[in-house]
Design a protein around this ligand. Structure first.
Ligand SMILES: [Zn+2]
Length: 404
């Protein structure tokens, strides 16, 4: 069994110990300040005699195993834990105790899950719902308790004392039971590492509330993580305000105005595009090649959209003996349109399907006009596929004519 130095002194950063067992790339020590993964708190990392410790686990016999990045020959070791990582874990974990206690006191919400990740920290509560207002009350109360700088104490207790204590939740492990108290405000069983006073937690910020498994999941940040997040958000907001040449407080109104302007511009572009089609159609028809006396208007058009293609095709198909197969690229991918004048026997939907097959697209419509869409393709690939489909269609038509 390894003596867990982190229980007596969670602020111990370096220690000396003796190797008591080895297996593969792991060593067990007679005493250690390395906290092993458990109770929702990730393990410590650091070094033993300068060799990086990658992971720490406790086995059923109470031995604490340190997985090393390289072989360790010595039997006596000097250990040093990664203090920034440990302190971060203690800020998040102690903050979680306080947050869970406030949810218990203010809303009778019990914590049923806790996750401390590299970036995200969450608790799961058995509350059916949590309004923003209630969450902000909890957040405010947690920060008040941080400012009160209450003592945080952890100790193993006897069965008699355990029976007397009013615990927020029942122990999940057998004796000896370790109790963590925050002033007179909270007492709960826990085997993790904690700060000594609530003031060390620093600011506590709730960042997300979502429904989760019939309850509520709350994401939050404590201490340095909250500070980093505040700095990042502040810089991002400041940067956006600078780009929009406005004050941070005026951002919502400025963005609303820009969105309105943008909508109006879109409407105007659409109107102009459609108007342009009226002028372009006759010119396009005149310059289109005639194959077997059929005007074929084929190609990919940049700076267009499906609506404009539809308008263009609707005009073009009023001309005699005209076959149209057009494409454009919109935000989500390529859009396609096939059409023909009423005096031609072709099936526009069949022509479209044939053109789309090699492009991975799908579509349908009537024999006069059909439309479809597909994944993004470059203009040259699209053009080649459209021309091939038209050529094949016209070949087939002339064959039918010869056979007849
Ligand atoms: Zn704890």
């Amino acid at each position: 069994m390894s003596t867990a130095l982190y229980y007596d002194d969670p602020f111990l950063r370096t220690f000396e110990a003796t190797v008591t067992a080895r297996r593969g790339d792991e060593v067990a020590l007679d005493r250690t300040a390395f906290y092993p993964t458990g109770g929702g708190q990730p393990c410590d990392t650091g070094t033993l005699n300068g060799i990086p410790v990658l992971a720490v686990e406790k086995d059923d016999e109470g031995r604490i195993w340190h997985r090393l990045a390289a072989p360790l020959e010595a039997d006596r070791v000097r250990g040093e834990i990664d203090w920034a990582r440990r302190f971060d874990h203690m800020q998040q974990h102690t903050g979680q105790h306080l947050l869970s206690a406030v949810f218990h006191h203010l809303l009778h919400g019990e914590t049923v899950g806790f996750h401390l990740g590299e970036r995200i920290v969450t608790i799961d509560l058995d509350l059916p719902r949590l309004t923003r207002e209630a969450a902000m009350r909890v957040e405010q109360e947690v920060n008040h308790l941080v400012w009160e700088d209450l003592p945080v104490e952890a100790r193993f207790v006897s069965d008699e004392e355990l029976a007397r204590l009013k615990l927020r939740r029942a122990p999940k492990v057998a004796a000896p039971i370790r109790i963590v108290t925050i002033g007179d405000y909270d007492a709960t069983p826990c085997g993790g590492t904690h700060l000594l006073r609530t003031g060390q937690i620093g600011p506590v910020k709730l960042t997300a509330i979502e429904r989760y498994k019939g309850g509520v999941r709350v994401t939050f940040l404590c201490g340095q993580r909250a500070m980093d997040d505040y700095r990042r958000l502040h810089e991002t907001t400041r940067d956006i305000a600078l780009r929009l040449t406005t004050a941070i407080d005026d951002l919502p109104a400025t963005i609303d105005r820009l969105r309105e302007e943008n909508k109006a511009l879109h409407r105007e572009v659409r109107r102009l595009r459609l108007e342009a089609m009226e002028h372009e159609a006759p010119r396009l028809w005149e310059s289109a090649p005639a194959i077997d006396g059929i005007k074929t208007i084929v190609g990919h058009r940049a700076d267009s959209d499906l609506e404009s293609l539809r308008r263009l095709a609707a005009i073009l198909r009023t001309y005699p003996r005209t076959l149209i197969l057009l494409a454009t690229t919109e935000a989500k991918g390529c859009r396609y349109l096939a059409a023909r004048s009423d005096d031609l026997p072709f099936d526009a939907a069949a022509l479209l399907r044939e053109a789309l097959a090699p492009l991975g697209g799908r579509g349908g419509g009537s024999v006069q006009m059909a439309q479809g869409g597909g994944p993004p393709r470059d203009a040259a690939t699209v053009e080649a596929a459209l021309r091939e489909a038209v050529r094949h269609h016209l070949d087939q038509a002339s064959q039918h004519k010869e056979e007849a």
